[in-house]
Structures are given as C-alpha cells and as structure tokens.
Write a protein that binds this ligand. Structure first.
Ligand SMILES: Cc1cc2nc3c(=O)[nH]c(=O)nc-3n(C[C@H](O)[C@H](O)[C@H](O)COP(=O)(O)OP(=O)(O)OC[C@H]3O[C@@H](n4cnc5c(N)ncnc54)[C@H](O)[C@@H]3O)c2cc1C
Length: 505
C-alpha cells in the first residue's frame, strides 16, 4: 500500500494509482507526499535504512507498527508545517521523542498514520547567568548531561542516558535531584510548542500560564508538540551512587528500612534519592532485590550518607554485589541504561508509604505473579519486576513551587510509594497473559491498600499501561481544568482526534 520510494515523482505516480482504489489511502499518500514536498528530504518511507532507524524503539512492541512515513523536522517552523498538513488532511499521527514509551503506539503511528520524529531538535544552550538551559525536544538525557557536566551544571531530568527529554518532562520526571527541587516538570521555566493550529507559542508563568500549568504533568499529546524546554539549571559536580544487590529472602527486613527511609531519611537529607527493585534472576538463585541509592553531593570518601547506613551493614545484610561510584551524571546515567530489543510493558499505582506492613504484604502477591509468568513463558525469556519508588514529603512540597503542577499530589497525600510493575519478554504469545496479570496485580495492590485504608491510586503517566485511567487519578478538579485548557488551545479537538496512542484528558 505504501510507496517505499524517495522521489516525489514516483510517489505521485503511486498516489494516482492508489486513487482509484481507496480514498483513505489517497488521503494518506497525499499527507506523506505533501510532507515531502513541503519538507524536502525530511520524510522517510518504508523499506529504507532511515525508516528502519526511525522505527527503532526501546520496546520492540512499538517497532511492530509501521507508519506510512516518518517526518523529521529540524526546527519549530518545520513542526508547524507538518502539523498544518496533517490536520488539514485529517491524518492520524504520533510524536516520537526518545521513543521509550512501552506500549505499542505510545509514540509511533500505526499503518495509515505518520510519525513525527523529533530527533533533529537537538539544540542545547546555557544562559550566561548559568540559571537556564534551553533544550531542544529531540535530545536524550545523555546529550543534556554530556553538555552540562563539563560546565559544572545540571537540571532536574531523567535518570537514564538514552531516554528522551520530551516524554520524561511532559509526564512528570522523577530525577536524582527531586528531593531538592521536585520532579522535572516543576523545573521548566518555559515551553515552546506548536498548537494544533500550527501556531508556535510559549508557555511560562508569565506567558499563557494556564497552558504552562497543564503542560506540567498533563502530557504533551493533549496540548501541543513541544519543540524546546527552558529548564532551571543549578551548579552540580559528581554525584554519589551506591548500588546494592541483595538476596530476595531479605525483603521482609529491607522493605521496612525503605519505608523508614521514605518517611524519615529522604526528607531529612533532601540531597538523597532512591528506588528499590524486586526481580527474579534464576542465575543468582531466584528472587533478588536491587537498592539504588544516590546523593547529589558525595559524602566523604569511603563513607555512606547517614540515611542509607542501615542498608549498608554487610554483617546484618550481606549483599550479592555492591558497587559504589562517584561520577558525573553522564557516567551514572549510562550505567543504568536499559537495552533495546525486548517486548515491554509497565503499569503502576501509588499507596500510602506510612505502613511497612502493607509494602511487605505486596511481596507474596508479586511472587505469585512472577511464578505465573515464568510458567507461562515456558523457558522463553521473561523478566517481571516490581519496583518501589518513594514520593517523600519533601518532594511533594517541592512540587507546590511555581504554582504547582497538574499531577494533583499534595503534601497531605503523602508520603507515597509508587508501586510499579515492569515486564520485559521475548515472545508475542505472552502478550495477553502479561497484560492481564499486570492488571490483576495492580488491582490486588489497590484493593489491599484500600482495605488497610492506605490507598491513594495516583497513576504516574510515564509508567502507566495504556488501559489505565491516568488523568482521572489526578482528581476531578485537575481533570476538569486540563480539559478546559485543552479545549481553549485546541478548540476543534484536532489533537484529541488525530494524535493517537497516548493518554487523553
Ligand atoms: C530505561 C528507562 C528509564 C526511565 N527512567 C525514568 C526516570 O528516570 N524518570 C522518569 O520519570 N521516567 C523514567 N522513565 C519513563 C519515561 O519517563 C517514559 O518512558 C517517557 O515516556 C520517555 O520519554 P521519551 O521521549 O523517551 O518517550 P516517547 O515514547 O518518545 O514519548 C512518550 C510520550 O511523550 C510524547 N512526547 C515525546 N516528546 C514530546 C514532545 N516534544 N512534545 C509533545 N509530546 C511528546 C510522545 O508523543 C509520547 O506520547 C524511564 C523509562 C525507561 C524505558
């Protein structure tokens, strides 16, 4: 159905042939043709090397989609041109930042649609006063840190090298520095974005403040294609990273330590950050626990920050592996990068972090889920993880700065624990059991938390499964406000209708 050819004449011939068979195909052919006429050499078609490169995503499930073409703008004006063409021809589309959404279609259009790949928007500039860094929306976090590390600066951004700037910031953005400054979205000074009309506008506390609020957690897909983020920068040198791998048998000891860390330790030392991963690794004897710990300012050499001390008592809690590094953000973020090539999913919810017993009670549910998936995989690769990511009170307080974000989280909700499920697997035959078992486990976690009167139900969009009702979890008032903002800036609802795949308000 799609023309794999590059020259506009052959595409035109193709579209004439197709015109006789399908008006839908004609419209689509027109869209890719019109894009390649308006943006010469920036459109790629199937069966080319460039198309194959652009159709590479972290989750193999996204790469199974085959958009009719990719368009790769080089500046905001190009994005505007692309949006005008796509909306005028009613062509469904998606936008790819760093391509790390897990579910199919999260940032790739299906056959019959067009994917706007922002990969060329890689500008990076620091202001003379060192307080603001302007970041093109096609950058990965490694580009940002490789630029900032030599300057002795950092921003509140994603923790992992290859992940895209766009998706992380627009959904929220949990960072090494969140204890000090909140999530990434709380530290955006200004967004430059392309509306569904094609207009290029800015959103900041002074300029279009309603849009500015909505973009801080409301995800771009409802409001506009962001082409540049102006981020608050701060002085930063090497950070401290401690990575501890424990046998799973220690979870009943370690989880209460994590809970205490969330309630007391992290707020007492806001320079610190942590997450906690339960994994099943038969090669290492079965269930294991990874505790990753960070501090923005490294402690004195060969010492451990006081709040992490309890995890680091080898006599009481022997590790399988322990690695401590003091290094720049680029080095640390590369060390935790995750490989491409597997099918991926995730889902999440949040519960009160005030009860260690509740967090321990989830473990047998998790272990039963792992057994089910390992049995279903029948020897093929499957890696189910349950991850605890704390949202301590200091982070919730920092989120209220700059007028607050759209996530609907306040200090009175906290402290919270994000309970995240993440599965990588090899065979598409497992898709159904993976998806349904994740849904069941999140349901059981929420039900148990509700029974103990410790539920919360916030769903972090950047770790959500496509079936989760993300924006309802922001609260009725915030959802209504997000809808009003979307309606005001996209009165015809073009983004709601044509921008496919991700979460809609
Ligand atoms: C290995 C790994 C590490 C991660 N680490 C973190 C972490 O440290 N902190 C954290 O909070 N999350 C983290 N995440 C989750 C991450 O926030 C999401 O996967 C996020 O969607 C990735 O952004 P992306 O630009 O790479 O993804 P994409 O798949 O390209 O985009 C995700 C969504 O954002 C939209 N989008 C992207 N760019 C723009 C733009 N410029 N304008 C409008 N819409 C846009 C896309 O259309 C899509 O809907 C991680 C994920 C992975 C896989």
């Amino acid at each position: 159905m799609r023309s794999p050819r590059h020259s506009s004449s052959s595409i035109l011939i193709g579209s004439l042939v197709f015109a006789a068979t399908s008006s839908c195909t004609q419209r689509l052919q027109d869209a890719c043709t019109a894009l390649s006429t308006a943006l010469p050499s920036l459109v790629t078609f199937p069966n080319t090397t460039l198309y194959a490169l652009e159709n590479t995503y972290w989750s193999a499930r996204q790469s199974t989609l085959a958009p009719s073409c990719f368009v790769t703008p080089t500046c905001a004006a190009d994005v505007s041109t692309a949006i005008k063409i796509l909306t005028s021809l009613s062509t469904p589309f998606s936008v790819k930042g760093g391509g790390h959404a897990a579910f199919p279609g999260g940032s790739n259009a299906a056959a019959g649609g067009v994917t706007i790949d922002l990969l060329h928007l890689t500008s990076l500039t620091a202001s003379r006063d060192r307080r603001t860094v302007s970041v093109g929306a096609g950058n990965r976090w490694i580009n940002v840190s490789a630029f900032l590390d030599p300057l002795g600066l950092a921003v509140v951004g994603g923790r992992v090298a290859d992940v895209g700037v766009g998706g992380v910031i627009l959904g929220g953005g949990i960072s090494y520095f969140s204890g000090l400054y909140g999530w990434a979205c709380d530290n955006v000074r200004s967004y430059q974005l392309v509306l569904s009309s094609g207009a290029i506008v800015n959103a900041s506390a002074r300029e279009n403040p309603d849009l500015f609020w909505a973009l801080r957690g409301g995800a771009g897909t409802n409001f506009g294609v962001v082409t540049r983020f102006d981020l608050a920068a701060f002085e930063q040198r090497d950070i401290w990273h401690n990575s501890l791998l424990f046998p799973g048998a220690l979870n009943a000891t370690l989880i209460p330590l994590l809970q205490n860390l969330t309630v007391n330790g992290l707020p007492a030392d806001p320079q610190t950050h942590t997450y906690f991963v339960m994994a099943y690794l038969p090669a290492l004897g079965g269930h294991v626990i990874l505790s990753d710990q960070f501090r923005a300012a490294p402690p004195p050499a060969n010492t451990t920050p006081a709040v992490f001390q309890a995890f680091n008592d080898e006599a009481l809690l022997p590790t399988i592996v322990k690695t401590t590094t003091v290094a720049n953000i680029s080095t640390v973020s590369r060390a935790i990068d995750q490989a491409y090539g597997s099918r991926q999913t995730w889902s999440n919810t949040a519960v009160s972090a005030t009860s260690a017993a509740l967090l321990v009670e989830f473990v047998p549910l998790y272990e039963a889920w792992v057994s089910k998936l390992v049995a279903a995989a029948n020897g093929t690769d499957v890696s189910p993880l349950m991850i605890y990511q704390p949202i301590p009170l200091n982070v919730l307080r920092a989120m209220q700065a700059n007028g607050g974000n759209a996530l609907g989280l306040t200090p009175s909700d906290g402290p919270l624990m994000i309970v995240q499920l993440s599965v990588s697997w090899a065979s598409s035959a497992l898709d159904e059991v993976v998806e349904s078992s994740c849904k069941d486990l999140i349901g059981s976690v929420n039900a148990l938390a509700a029974k103990r009167k410790l539920g919360n139900g916030f769903v972090y969009v950047n770790y959500a499964d496509s079936s989760q009702d993300v924006f309802a979890s922001y609260g009725k008032e915030n959802l209504a406000r997000l809808r009003l903002v979307a309606k005001k800036w996209d009165p015809k609802g073009l983004y709601q209708k044509l921008w496919r795949g991700y979460f809609k308000v």
